[in-house]
Ligand binder design. Structure first.
Ligand code: ATP
Ligand code: MG
Length: 569
């Protein structure tokens, strides 16, 4: 392809709203163009890479035995009511009406549609196991679309769904997808870290996320410094710290803490450590008020609490409710005397003398002891793990990292198959419910994540497998007819071998072409100039290396081909 015939609108500067490297580079290299917040057009070169990622995904899904389908993006609201997810996801969905005023949504995911398919098409255990997949556009009304393709309102996802006769069989389907994901990301040239993940709004049993470690990642992760344990912060456990036990014979006493509401304010006012305080949070869990206690230096993990309480909705109580429940304004709630269920973090099980809110304006209680002065409904691991916490498996220190979630595998169980009566007749003729799994890859996000992991100060460094083209042929001086002639001959020979070539035939200064070559980041650059031809050679350079090699014209095709083969094997 000739540069003058395609459209690669490179930019010297990244647009203002591009915050992270990969977003800046995709814009600067002319791979994508912004239409509006979270909406991007794939330009010709960007689309080539996207199609390559899709091809890898498709090949590995097919290899794993999954069946490709294509489901409608436009879905009737009823199926979302049927699964019970309309209430949970309504704000994240684009909702529209057809001309008959029927409520429709643009699919953010497809569990409902596929389970309806399974309900209609699968009748017998003989048809199972089945894994279906599609590569399709998803729509999500994200609160904060940003970072280009990373968090878009419209994006391409590969989603797959498995149906099995038993939990054991479902484990095998899960494992097949897990293994396929490992191969997919590896083939895309991406290094990923697999972490244990929260099951969130999709619901289900257990799940893993495939993370690309990057400072710009929106997900927090902890990983053990020695064993293989790694988990999303939404999920991560920690070995419960016991701390130094303490006791007192003194009974709780009210102290005045005028205007001191936060842990920081109270601890510095009373000259105690945050650890010596107990944070009391009032939540509304499925319409009922509850109190949640964590040590003062800790943050509550709402994902864990939601899972433990098995509630559909969990939200912080508003000021009015707090006043009603505790008798005090926000900032002075405490467990002593509360008449609602109290859930406490395991760390508070160690006997300790604490400061808590007094359930009265501008006052706190000192000398509070858990279980002596109030009763805890139950203790659980309730906090967000952090750097320095001990690994739940082996007890060694954990560290915190940031990650970009590119893929997610869930063992779902029967949540959707029950709602849609997706079952089968077993060998004895009894009707049973299918066990499901679901598996997503953000295809567009994966493409950008590759760049987030592979660039330098000059531009993108594409892995061979998904580069828009494999070779960039640059003729610095297009007025030199012999250079152009040799270039064209070389390109025909390369293309005859199935190698993808971009020919920078623009009438631009050499400096511009070399800068753009680095920015676009094709894996191999071949320069043909008066100087190289004087030696009868072509200058070949890999994007990953500094050194150039002078290759005799006649050997160039074989040389380039061997580099490509080497990288793709
Ligand atoms: P996130 O936590 O990042 O919002 P999610 O957990 O809601 O993602 P899933 O429902 O698991 O996402 O979707 C499967 C995959 O789709 C994700 O692993 C991610 O790679 C991709 N994805 C999700 N939301 C977006 C988005 N707004 N833009 C681009 N890709 C996305
Ligand atoms: Mg996810």
């Amino acid at each position: 392809m000739r540069w003058t015939q395609t459209l690669i609108p490179t930019l010297r500067e990244a647009p203002q709203d591009a915050e992270i490297n990969s977003h800046k580079l995709m814009m600067r290299a002319g791979l994508i163009m912004k239409l509006g917040g979270g909406l991007y057009t794939f330009m010709p070169a960007g689309l080539r890479s996207l199609r390559k990622v899709e091809r890898i995904v498709r090949e590995e899904m097919d290899r794993a035995g999954a069946l490709e389908v294509l489901m409608p993006a436009l879905q009737p609201r009823e199926i979302w009511e049927q699964s019970g997810r309309y209430a949970i996801l309504r704000d994240a969905m684009f909702k529209i009406k057809d001309r008959q005023q029927r409520d429709m949504v643009l699919g953010p995911t497809h569990e409902e549609v596929i389970t309806d398919l399974a309900n209609r098409q699968i009748n017998s255990y003989r048809q199972l196991p089945k894994t279906f997949y599609q590569i399709q556009t998803k729509f999500r009304d994200e609160i904060r679309p940003r970072f280009g393709l990373m968090r878009a309102k419209e994006f391409i996802m590969k989603d797959a769904y498995s149906f099995d006769v038993s939990w054991e069989a479902a484990d095998a389907s899960y494992q097949a997808m897990y293994d396929a994901y490992i191969r997919i990301f590896k083939r895309c040239g991406l290094r990923t870290k697999v972490v244990e993940a929260d099951t969130g709004a999709i619901g289900g049993d257990f799940s893993h996320e495939f993370m690309v470690l990057a400072d710009s990642g929106e997900d927090g992760i902890v990983e053990c410094e020695t064993c293989a344990y790694a988990a999303n912060l939404e999920r991560a456990e920690r070995k419960t710290p016991t701390g130094k036990p303490s006791t007192t014979d003194q009974l709780p006493a009210v102290v005045a803490t005028p205007g001191k509401r936060t842990i920081e304010e109270v601890s510095s006012f009373l000259k105690v450590k945050p650890w010596d305080l107990i944070k009391t949070l009032i939540y509304i869990a499925d319409d009922k008020p509850i109190a949640v206690l964590v040590a003062g230096h800790r943050e509550l993990n709402e994902h864990k609490l939601t899972r433990i309480l098995k509630v559909a909705t969990l939200k912080l109580a508003d000021d009015e409710t707090i006043m009603k429940v505790t008798g005090a304004p926000v900032g002075f709630a405490g467990p002593v005397g509360l008449k609602i269920p109290i859930y406490a973090d395991l760390e508070l099980q160690t006997p300790r003398v604490s400061v808590t809110g007094a359930n009265a304006d501008d006052s706190h209680l000192i000398n509070v002891m858990v279980e002596r002065d109030f009763t805890v409904t139950s203790f659980h691991d309730l906090v967000i793990a952090k750097e320095g916490d001990k690994c739940p498996r082996c007890g060694v220190r954990m560290r915190e990292k940031r990650g970009i979630e590119v893929g997610h595998v869930f063992k779902l169980g029967t949540k959707y198959s029950k709602a849609f009566d997706a079952g089968f007749l077993d060998a004895s003729g009894n009707r049973q419910i299918s066990i499901m799994g679901c598996y997503g890859i953000g295809v567009t996000r994966t493409l950008q994540a590759v760049i987030e992991q592979s660039f330098d100060e000059n531009g993108i460094i594409w892995p061979m497998a998904i580069a828009p083209y494999q070779v960039d042929v640059v003729v610095p001086n297009t007025a030199h007819a012999e250079s152009v002639r040799v270039a064209e001959e070389l390109i025909s020979a390369l293309e005859a071998r199935g190698i993808e070539v971009l020919f920078d035939d623009r009438d631009e200064r050499p400096g511009v072409k070399f800068k753009d070559a680095d920015l676009l980041g094709l894996p191999i650059r071949a320069v043909i100039s008066e100087r190289s031809l004087a030696e009868g050679k072509v200058e070949v350079k890999r994007r990953t290396e500094q050194d150039k090699q002078m290759i005799p014209i006649a050997d160039t095709v074989a040389f380039i081909e061997s580099i490509i083969k080497g990288e793709l094997s």
